[in-house]
Design a protein around this ligand. Structure first.
Ligand code: PMP
Length: 460
């Protein structure tokens, strides 16, 4: 079979047998939406089956933090697979990799963090977190304190509970969500403020005030926890406005409401700090981690719980017996081995600092290149999580109507220049979140592709 015949056969199988996530199913099945078969990766590049070498400026789904083809992680996975591909973690079983990784995570996490529970994805880690919190309040004898507050535009997963927590309509309307225990409050999206003269601090105070009103309306004794990403991710890539987390934390403390910091994107360096919680002065009771934990070389997630939570869980099992929650693949040895190697690489290659330095440079270069363009409304970011938001009118910050048509055009124009950026849902926003190993020369390639794509789509 020639390479061309093989490629045609794969395309046919893909269209007739593969149910892709987050995809327009009819367009895909009937050949109207493009497919891409990805064959290999090295550094910040992937190569597709047509031989195109593409600079992946979104690190897969902001997860391949150490870049593609890292021999150290590959070797760790192979060694683990040879020695012991699988054993479970139930009733006190561990492996060298899962135990070592737990110690490494606790050593890197904020001071009050105590223990790590493992899953396979960011979604299941957040499901675990909600169950831990419900259990916590049951043990404390307050079974009515169960509601969870999340933010519009927050992203916390695709499960029944986590899809409910996710504050994007696409994840609700088609599936009878959100569940009744979930309520949403304001997105900390300063660029979308109504009053253009409002300061960041005043905007943050308004978000905290609205949160307090919601808590009072629902009754503080019914609210268990608040969940938020340190910097909004899929909902727009928005670093918090000044004073936001301090103002929110004060309200949560006042009403005895737990905080889950969803660091699935931000954990282990993406924001130029080991954790976003440290960077923004959040005091989480639980931290969610996935993506950068293994650089996506194997599926693994972590729910990192504080000592305060742990003490109650211990008491609970003394009263109720074993903790009744587990996955077959909790602490999967291959995931754990990938995690150990990936976290070692983050240190060895100084990736937290690199995220900071390259992220600053990316922002500066983008602002110089396209900051004054008539349709560029906002260029924002923290570390290597960066967004460009396009507007119909720059002065009034008026968004395009209909929204969401221009972001994909810019992404397509970038792709034509062999650079992958992500058109974020619910906006005209291009997201840039490359592997943290990106070099200055590669940053320049990304900036040139964006600059050319913007002038192709909008004119000069
Ligand atoms: N939380 C956040 C902040 C995320 O960005 C994501 C995924 N993009 C998730 C949770 C869900 O992770 P997964 O897709 O691995 O279930």
């Amino acid at each position: 079979m020639t390479n061309q015949e093989k490629a045609q056969q794969l395309e046919q199988w893909d269209r007739c047998a593969f149910f892709h996530p987050s995809t327009h199913l009819a367009d895909f099945a009937h050949g109207k939406a493009p497919e891409r078969i990805v064959n290999s990766g090295s550094g910040v590049y992937i190569t597709d089956s047509n031989g195109n070498k593409l600079l992946d400026a979104f690190a897969g789904l902001y997860c391949v933090n150490t870049g593609y083809g890292q021999q150290k992680i590959i070797d760790a996975i192979c060694k683990q697979a040879q020695e012991l591909a699988y054993y479970h973690a139930y009733v006190g079983h561990g492996t060298e990799a899962s135990i070592t990784l737990s110690k490494m995570i606790i050593d890197r996490a904020p001071d009050n963090m105590s223990k790590v529970y493992y899953g396979m994805s960011g979604s299941d880690a957040n499901e675990t977190n909600i169950k831990i919190i419900w259990y916590y309040n049951n043990v404390l004898g307050r079974p009515e304190k169960k509601k969870i507050i999340s933010r519009w535009r927050g992203y916390h997963g695709s499960g029944l509970m986590t899809g409910s927590l996710t504050g994007l309509e696409l994840f609700h309307n088609q599936f009878d969500l959100p569940l009744s225990q979930v309520i949403h409050t304001d997105a900390p999206y300063y660029f979308h403020r109504k009053d253009c003269n409002q300061s960041e601090a005043a905007f943050s105070a308004e978000c905290a005030d609205n949160l307090e009103q919601l808590i009072l309306k629902e009754g503080a004794d019914t609210i268990a926890a608040f969940i938020g990403e340190p910097a909004l991710g899929t909902g727009g890539l928005v670093p918090p406005p000044k004073g936001y987390w301090q103002a929110i934390q004060a309200v949560l403390d006042k009403y005895d409401i737990l905080l889950i910091a969803d660091e699935v994107i931000s954990g282990f360096g993406r924001l130029g700090a080991m954790f976003g919680s440290d960077l923004y002065g959040m005091k989480p009771d639980i931290i969610t981690s996935a993506k950068g934990l293994t650089s996506a070389y194997a599926p693994l997630s972590a729910s990192i719980v504080s000592d305060k939570i742990w003490q109650v869980l211990e008491d609970g099992t003394t009263k109720l017996g074993a903790f009744g929650h587990g996955w077959t693949y909790s602490a999967h040895p291959i995931g754990a081995a990938a995690g150990v190697a990936s976290l070692e690489l983050v240190d060895e290659l100084n990736l937290v600092d690199n995220a900071n330095v390259r992220g600053q440079s990316l922002l500066n270069k983008l602002k110089t290149a396209i900051g004054s363009h008539k349709n560029v409304g906002d260029i924002r970011g923290q570390g290597l999580l960066c967004a460009i938001e396009f507007v119909a009118d720059k002065n009034s910050r008026t968004l395009f109507n209909p929204i969401g048509q221009h972001g994909p055009k810019v992404a397509a124009a970038m792709l034509a220049r062999h650079v992958i950026g992500r058109a974020m849902p619910q906006g005209d926003i291009i997201g840039i979140a490359p592997p943290l190993i990106i070099s200055e020369a590669e940053i320049d390639t990304v900036v040139s592709a964006i600059t050319a794509a913007v002038s192709e789509v909008f004119g000069d």
